[in-house]
Design a protein around this ligand. Structure first.
Ligand code: 5RP
Length: 221
């Protein structure tokens, strides 16, 4: 059973004719974009997409989803994956290093739905390190500050390129593992006050609905 696919296809059922969609990034959102593409093909619905990464841009083009931007349109519904989601709908995102644009798009949307498989639904976020996008020149000083805050930070290294991951915005990502995240909302703000930090992967107080693919079917919260 493909739990990510089930969640992505369920979210596509909420898309209405005329909607402007925020298109998240990752392997779960991949299925949402595919399902929207199929609805365009089969039902002729008229929607537009605002991508959160080069990945979602290319995929949207593959499925003939017309592309627009936040300059031109407001967003009716954004659908995105997550690395962790807790019972209070706090998220950790950025496993794909796309969290900066994801946060801009997801936050701007009138409705923001998160799609995950059941392994991502946790009691408290924090087992997954918090991705922090930084201006490259600031990485050493940001690492020092993160250590002072009690985290274990590491620059994310690329797999099919020598050296660090470079984001779609030309920056580095530092993955910061905290022992325990007491208050996601406070940590989200604190991280963004470090000079050189562009955006971090904690998303608090943004989510309208969580769609979870489980072995027993779809669960909606
Ligand atoms: C990318 C993200 C992704 O949404 C997150 O990493 C989940 O990815 P996947 O659906 O592949 O498990 O935040 O920056």
């Amino acid at each position: 059973m493909n739990l990510k696919k089930n969640a992505g296809y369920k979210a596509a059922e909420y898309v209405k004719d005329g909607d402007v969609l925020g298109l998240g990034t990752g392997s779960t959102t991949h299925y949402f974009i595919e399902a929207v593409g199929k609805r365009i093909q089969e039902e002729g619905i008229n929607v537009k997409g605002i991508p959160t990464s080069f990945q979602s841009l290319l995929l949207a083009k593959e499925w003939n989803i017309p592309i627009t931007s936040l300059e031109e349109n407001d967003i009716d519904l954004a659908v995105d994956g997550a690395d962790e989601v807790d019972e209070e709908f706090n998220l950790i995102k950025g496993g794909g290093a796309a969290h900066t644009k994801e946060k801009i798009v997801d936050d701007a949307a009138k409705k923001f739905y998160v799609i995950v498989d059941e392994s991502k639904y946790v009691e408290n976020i924090g087992a997954f390190p918090v991705p922090v996008e930084v201006i490259p020149e600031s990485s050493r000083t940001v690492i020092q500050t993160l250590e002072d805050m009690g985290a274990t930070p590491e620059i994310r290294m690329a797999e099919h390129k020598d050296g660090p991951v470079i984001t779609d915005n030309g920056n580095f990502v530092i993955d910061a593992k905290f022992e325990k995240i007491e208050s996601p909302a406070h940590l989200e703000i604190d991280l963004n006050t470090i000079p050189g930090v562009v955006e971090n992967g904690i998303f608090s107080s943004m989510v309208d609905k969580v769609i979870i693919g489980t072995k027993d079917g779809i669960k909606e919260l």
